[in-house]
Design a protein around this ligand. Structure first.
Ligand code: DHB
Ligand code: MG
Length: 217
């Protein structure tokens, strides 16, 4: 088993189960064109977010970390016409790319992009979110989990991206701030009584990583 094999199998699964559509392909092309980092969720991950939102019946979704709007479009499609996605992006240039792609995907009316640092924007939001997707600076993960609990309700689904980090999460002596932010978040999901959680490691087009899933209890 090699990263190439993981990636080939991931592309195979995405072709079979996710497919391609012009809006999402255009969003990725716009993001590449603008030189944004190629760290958006994989196609199978975008579809997972879409399915989790639909399975849970989410109508109000909060995303922390918009990047170019690829995952935002997946979530916006899931909430339906009367639904709402609030997405927070620290970089105004990223938010402009996302705004254009989200509008071009036909879901602009249900997506509000809030530009600013999560720690600054989150205290200004009105709660009631049914699903929270955390995919921003890993150093702030525990702050974001705390706000997810405050702005959610019993039954709110919380999804935390990038919990695998090529297995580095076991390193108690790590000096990588992203690894330590992820370790702190995983400990919080285990210890904080507001959450009941699990986590799955993933391999695929993004290498070896993973996703944590939690429900607010
Ligand atoms: C990084 C961030 C992400 O959200 C991701 O999915 C992959 C990598 C990063 O900051 O390295
Ligand atoms: Mg991510």
């Amino acid at each position: 088993s090699t990263p190439t094999a993981w990636s080939n199998a991931d592309v195979y699964l995405a072709d079979l189960l996710v497919g391609h559509d012009p809006e999402l392909d255009a969003a990725l092309a716009a993001q590449r064109e603008a030189g944004l980092p190629e760290i958006e969720v994989a196609p199978v991950g975008g579809k997972l977010l879409n399915l989790l939102a639909r399975i849970s019946g989410a109508r109000r979704v909060l995303e922390i970390g918009t990047l170019g709007g690829y995952s935002t479009i997946w979530l916006a499609r899931a909430v339906g016409e009367g639904g709402r996605v609030v997405t927070i992006e620290a970089e105004a240039d990223n938010a402009a790319v996302a705004r254009a792609s989200i509008d071009a995907a036909g879901v602009g009316d249900r997506v509000e992009i809030r530009i600013g640092r999560g720690a600054d924007v989150l205290p200004t939001l009105v709660g009631g979110f049914d699903l929270v997707f955390i995919d921003a600076d890993k150093e702030s993960n525990t702050i974001y989990l705390d706000w997810a609990a405050r702005l959610g309700h019993t039954g709110t689904v919380v999804v935390l991206d990038n919990i695998g980090r090529e297995g580095e999460i076991v390193r108690t002596d790590s000096t990588d701030s992203k690894v330590n932010g992820t370790r702190d978040a995983l400990r919080m999901l285990g210890e904080d009584p507001r959450f009941d959680a699990t986590a799955l490691q993933t391999v695929g087009v993004k290498g070896w990583d993973g996703v944590a899933l939690a429900v607010i209890v």
